[in-house]
Design a protein around this ligand. Structure first.
Ligand code: ZN
Length: 359
């Protein structure tokens, strides 16, 4: 009996991921998350896609057959899994995360849409403007570092500034109807292994998205301040070597990932798609950089190329911004203020929107 209870405890989570509840008018899927699990949710009219990073549930393919959900599939992948929930027509999806300290749950309710009663058209009501039929643009925002990796530390901690700015930027872009995917939305790393962590972030810059922006904060041993915006390039300015190695994980690992990024870059020279993508990345970099300088009056350290691992093989326009120096006595303190971070985020949003609207 005790053995059976024990077996049920260890088997139950594996048997039910997600846990399923059928209710009048809605179907509930409850995903028990691990403390470090990151997730992103995207939706098309017939499929809700949930990408989980940092946990690996067992593969499954389950017929639900409710009025709201046809089925779901759990597909494990490196470092995580993707869950596809096949939706019936005329449903709405509501998601919420519950966290009571020792348990994290993502609750997905798929609700039958209640149609408003058909009333005769009223002469006083204004006609609805035609809805654009284009797919929303999707922007990936990477808040550099996180969790065990603080990044640069000075008057501010890099991982805190990058997360705060990513959340601000997400809000600004969402207001413009842009779909935003964050590589992280809380103070976590994606993997304790830095190479895997950077690899998972880079993977999110795939061809189904429109652009990728990685946000970082600089530091320097000599007093320096100002803004830098990067797009990928395999050659390296010797003056940038220490910074690139630091952003690529630091120490021996950072040197290895820098060499790997450089060798990817050398191969890309003969890749026409990659070369044309680099031109777009450069254009995006200039738009974002110009907007940030204008908004802040910060020192212009230029738009440059460098072999940053996280943008080494992006198939979409991808840039890395260094929004200031954590250890500069003035700039570091400016970065402490929400007004300055908001100004930077608004400038980033303006640059991104100009790029998405054709420059
Ligand atoms: Zn960084």
């Amino acid at each position: 009996m005790r053995l059976l209870a024990f077996l049920m405890v260890i088997l139950a989570p594996a048997l039910a991921f997600p846990r399923l509840g059928l209710h009048e008018g809605y179907t509930r899927l409850v995903f028990d998350l691990e403390a470090k699990t990151q997730y992103q949710i995207t939706q098309t009219p017939d499929t809700l896609t949930l990408r989980l990073i940092g946990m690996t549930p067992a593969a499954s393919d389950t017929d639900v057959g409710s009025p709201q959900v046809a089925s779901y599939q759990v597909v494990p992948a490196a470092g995580g899994a993707t869950v596809f929930v096949r939706l019936r027509p005329n449903v709405e999806v509501k998601t919420s995360e519950l966290n009571d300290g020792n348990r994290r749950r993502l609750v997905v309710d798929v609700v039958s849409a209640t149609r408003p009663p058909q009333s005769p058209p009223q002469t006083s009501s204004r006609p609805e403007p035609p809805k654009p039929r284009t797919q929303p643009k999707i922007v990936v925002i990477d808040a550099g570092h996180g969790g065990i990796d603080p990044g640069a530390v000075g008057f501010v901690v890099e991982k805190e500034v990058t997360l705060d700015m990513a959340l601000r930027l997400r809000q600004l872009l969402q207001k413009e109807g842009i779909e935003v995917i964050l590589t992280r939305s809380s103070d976590t790393h994606l993997s304790p292994d830095k190479a895997t962590d950077l690899g998972l972030r880079a993977e999110m810059a795939h061809s189904k998205r429109n652009l990728f922006v990685s946000i970082h904060v600089n530091s320097a041993s000599n007093p320096a301040q100002g803004l830098e915006t990067y797009y990928f390039g395999h050659s390296i300015d010797p003056g940038l070597l220490a910074q690139v190695i630091r952003e690529n994980g630091g120490g021996e690992l950072g040197r290895r990932l820098t060499r790997e990024a450089q060798s990817v870059g050398e191969r890309l020279v003969r890749d026409l798609i990659a070369q044309s993508n680099l031109k777009f990345s450069r254009q995006l970099a200039h738009l974002v950089h110009g907007a940030m300088l204008q908004a802040t009056g910060a020192v212009d350290r230029g738009v440059r190329q460098a072999p940053f691992y996280v943008i080494r093989n992006a198939r979409i326009p991808a840039i890395l911004v260094e929004v200031g120096f954590a250890n500069h006595p003035e700039e570091g303190r400016r970065l402490q203020t929400s007004a300055y971070r908001q100004a930077l985020a608004e400038a980033l949003a303006r640059g991104i929107l100009r790029f998405l609207n054709g420059g």
